[in-house]
Ligand binder design. Structure first.
Ligand code: HSE
Length: 396
């Protein structure tokens, strides 16, 4: 078992969490040697001797064999992680944006320098989804990975649906609880879920998915009328990230992040507040469900700790399913969607292949119908802030 000497970048919600956890577990053979932070003048809960604002004190220290990267800025994070890997240090990161934006480069770097880059904490906080997809589901044909992968939006949707909090109040709480990103726009507009989905898709199906190509909409356009509709029909609205293969197998997939109606009795409907839940569909096992806290100091620190611990045994992702570029996108199949809008809004009904239901009360209107993936890409009025789009997570 390897002894690990750690250089930590970042001392925010998760950074401080992992520092506290490692202080409490001296038997793990892992010691933090240095912590690099942006603002050295800020008072921290730890001995001053640990802290520096000079990254080279970590990157150039031959004794430090593991870098734990927990900073906000994805561009700076990539430079630090790149240098760490090039210096022969293994890396643990929770930075989904940095990973999604640089996934292929990072994988090349870790292979080239014979080190390991682990990022369980980047996807679904405490849920061990990456390692499960990587190891356990290796031989089973996966058909779908679908779930709630952002804790902040799930927290907001839970509070709004129960009528306990307004959007603004719930968002504020998600921020003060340390669930939301420093820029919560990435949470609420669906980008954080898109980043996580692209990472999941590689480990599930062995194909890189360009995060910029993933169809998505967050929760900001949802209106009181949409929650009312859900309530009347016995449904809940969840922000779901979905990677689905078509009948042609893993080579052809559909990826999307949309607010989604789920039936009140469904598994995903029970996932509330900052919890995340992921359904894994496979040909042999049928459906399996992973559930746990998706955000917050200690849930996220637990995944970072698990990765650190795995490095003691030289664990690395093997990518045995492959790392080939761009899976073919399934453009032809369709889903059923609800589009809600103010009655004066113009919407292009040609987006629907088939309309199931139309309603207007003179103020607010909605149309429910089937939309082909290719039409969602070509006709994009639904991206406007004044229009809500909600997928149906079940067949109508
Ligand atoms: N902002 C993220 C979330 C943190 O709310 O899920 C965990 O990735």
């Amino acid at each position: 078992m390897k002894n690990l000497t750690i250089g930590l970048f970042g001392f925010g919600v998760v950074g401080e969490g992992i520092y506290q956890v490692l202080q409490d577990k001296p038997g793990l053979n892992c010691q933090i040697k240095k912590i690099c932070i942006k603002d050295i003048s800020k008072r921290r809960n730890g001995p001053a001797a640990f802290f520096t604002d000079d990254a080279s004190e970590i990157l150039n220290d031959p004794e430090i064999n593991v870098v734990v990267e927990l900073i906000n800025d994805a561009t700076v994070a990539f430079q630090l992680v790149k240098k760490a890997l090039q210096s022969g240090k293994s890396v643990v990161s929770a930075n989904k944006k940095m990973i999604a934006e640089n996934h292929s480069k990072l994988i090349r770097l870790q292979a080239q320098h014979k080190v390991s880059l682990l990022y369980e904490a980047a996807v679904c906080g405490s849920i061990p989804i990456i390692r499960n997809l990587e190891e356990y589901f290796d031989n089973d044909m996966l058909s779908q990975v679908s779930g709630i992968v952002n804790g902040s939006t799930n927290y907001i949707l839970t509070k709004m649906a129960s009528g306990q909090k307004s959007y603004a109040e719930a968002l504020k709480e998600a921020q003060s609880s340390g669930f939301a990103e420093s820029d919560p726009t990435l949470d609420v507009n669906g980008t954080d879920a898109v980043h996580k989905l692209s990472i999941i898709a590689l480990h599930a199906f062995g194909k890189f998915v360009d995060h910029k190509q993933i169809l998505s909409k967050g929760i900001t356009a949802l209106s009181a009328a949409d929650f009312q509709f859900a309530k009347e029909k016995g449904l809940k609205i969840k922000l779901l990230a979905n990677a689905t293969t078509t009948k042609n197998g893993a080579n052809e997939q559909h990826h999307a992040v949309f607010p989604t109606f789920v039936k009140a009795e469904s598994t995903l409907s029970q996932v509330d507040n900052e919890y995340n839940g992921v359904l894994v569909g496979s040909s042999l096992a049928d459906e399996q469900f992973l559930y746990g806290k998706g955000a917050g100091r200690f849930p996220t620190a637990s995944a970072v700790l698990s990765d650190i611990s795995a490095l003691r045994y030289n664990y690395k992702y093997e990518f045995r399913k492959g790392t080939s570029t761009a899976s073919k996108t399934d453009n032809l199949s369709f889903g059923t969607y609800y589009i809600g809008f103010d009655k004066d809004e113009k919407i292009d009904l040609l987006i629907f292949s088939k309309v199931h239901e139309q309603y207007s009360n003179g103020k607010r209107a909605y149309v429910i119908g089937d939309i082909k993936n290719e039409h969602l890409k070509k006709i994009d009025f639904w991206k406007k802030d004044s229009i809500s789009i909600i997928a149906f997570g079940f067949n109508l």
